[in-house]
Design a protein around this ligand. Sequence first.
Ligand code: AMP
Length: 448
Amino acid sequence: MAQRAQARKPEGTEDLLGAREAAWLAMRSAAGELFGRWGFSPVETPMMEQLDVFSRGLGQTTDVVRKEMFRAITQTNLTRALEEGSEAGLKARQRLALRPEGTAGFVRAAIEHDLVPQGGAPVKAWYAGSMFRGERVQRGRLREFHQIGAEVLGSDDPVLDAELIIMLMDFYAALGLPAEALRLRLNSMGCAECRPAYRELVRGYLLDHAGELCDECVARADTNPLRAFDCKNPGCARVMEDAPKITDHLCEDCAEAYAEVKRLLDVAGVPFEEAPTLVRGLDYYTRTVFEVEARGGVGSQSAIGGGGRYDGLVELMGGRPTPGIGFAVGFERTLLAAEALGAKLTFEGEPLVYVAAAGKDGAVRKAVFDLCLALRRAGMRAEADYQGRSLKSQFKQADKLGAVLCVVVGPEELERGEATLRNMASHEQTAATLGAIPETVRTALAEL
Ligand code: AMP
């Protein structure tokens, strides 16, 4: 009989199994703990939004919106669009996309639920989840990847910019990536006051150097001149090194805010480099932008996180003018950087107790079942054998699973109303009363 074709995961996606899932859990729990201390609450927004949330929020001319969006559509609507030869007949709510980043969806939610009432205190939120971009797949560049992000809405105080960056660097440190192993690059992108004039300057500069630039950068002169700073073409990068720098053209307010952010980072002892050509890929950024690279990383793997201020975004998306700032950390690249540094991201769960059966008779099997149940219901992590292994192989299995204690029951122990507690590290054994196992085990775990 012909074998069925084996299904494979989609290109650029990953199954998170074993150590990788443990690393993702570890990163999320480190985020929850640290960000909680800084006053951030966890939020989750849908993995898909109406397409216009992203096209409005991120900017029509950005690569993410123009080329990389994963669109989502119901079969009924797809059939209809195919029949009509166009999706023009679909309503906005029928045109969906998987989120390529977390900020636009969060801002949509903040507006929809009025999370920042007028005159209210800033809202601080963090999230963790999958993001989707139709990128060319390579090491450290996936089509479904994971991000942990944080956002603050409701104040343009540069103290928040500095605090958010400090929290980000503390987060990396908590994951075993100290500041010395990282490069924090910082810039200001100006605001609605000063950026238009600067854009014009860059546009003029691009047109003056059209002969030395790639076709795309020449086209960018009219669509989105600042994107030319991000061009990967080495010729363009060289030309852009001498382009006018935004930091020489900031308005007074932006210059003051930028100086304050730098001053506060100094106060906190967070090292940074000024990067006047750093313009982040999405249109919504204003003022402070930053990116974190792992030193010694190569190419696309080295950027492990970044973010910036987006004071115009809420208004652009139909809300009341509300300033905001946020960052996103890429899980996969951060993990690559941590591994390169020898830092291990593992999730330390509850200690494991293994309940071993010395013998196979029904009373012993029942006792093992009862003990596992009692331990688990008392809030401990318990595991047992389900394959009828010998006691020796059960101990081996317990070691493999990382159990710290074994509770051993056999026919004679049962008769005495006892079980044996075995310390897996020292192999020391003590007798314990069956009826009091959960309490005895809890005490033993606390004393380990
Ligand atoms: P961005 O929203 O592009 O600034 O991304 C923030 C972080 O997410 C980056 O610094 C990367 O670490 C990570 N990231 C972005 N795109 C990808 C991707 N396609 N694959 C894996 N990680 C990514």
